[in-house]
Design a protein around this ligand. Structure first.
Ligand code: DQA
Length: 146
């Protein structure tokens, strides 16, 4: 069974309540419940932190956890964290970067990702569907899952 991890960065723990006009009204708990129903053939694990170091510590554990793939929404760290980028670059598993909003249609500082060059690809602007599509790609790429 594929073991896929979803990591969310700063401020994404308040999904559903944080600027719902931009990020939607669905809570992260509900997102995960639905993803687990959609990906019955995968073991999905999720982690969120508002702290850069905690996110990096978590990424460093992925190999020991037997992770096969990673979906990451780094929040605002997307735009400026070379430390998180280095941690992603050090991973040997496929990584998909996801953004709920279209980062290219907002403030100019959001239109640059330091993570994208070290990810397999990026999904931006498709709301919570972005997570589902990223997991689908990982399942297809890795040869199992829904
Ligand atoms: C975000 C976009 C970032 O610019 C922002 O800082 C976030 C969320 C998104 O999912 O659209 O926290 O990553």
């Amino acid at each position: 069974m594929l073991n896929l991890h979803i990591v969310n960065g700063p401020n994404l723990g308040r999904l559903g309540r944080r600027q719902p006009e931009i990020y939607g009204t669905v809570s992260w708990g509900d997102v995960m419940d639905n993803l687990r129903k959609d990906f019955l053939n995968c073991r999905l694990e999720d982690f969120q932190s508002n702290h850069e170091g905690a996110l990096i510590d978590y990424l460093e554990t992925l190999a020991d956890r037997g992770a096969d793939g990673l979906v990451i929404n780094p929040g605002a760290l997307t735009h400026q964290s070379y430390a998180l980028r280095d941690a992603v670059a050090a991973l040997t598993l496929p990584v998909i970067e996801v953004h709920l909003s279209n980062i290219y249609a907002r403030e100019s500082f959001r239109s640059h990702s330091v993570i994208a060059p070290v990810a397999v690809g990026q999904i931006s602007g498709l709301g919570i569907d972005g997570y589902r599509l990223a997991l689908l790609h990982l399942a297809l790429r890795l040869g199992s899952g829904s």
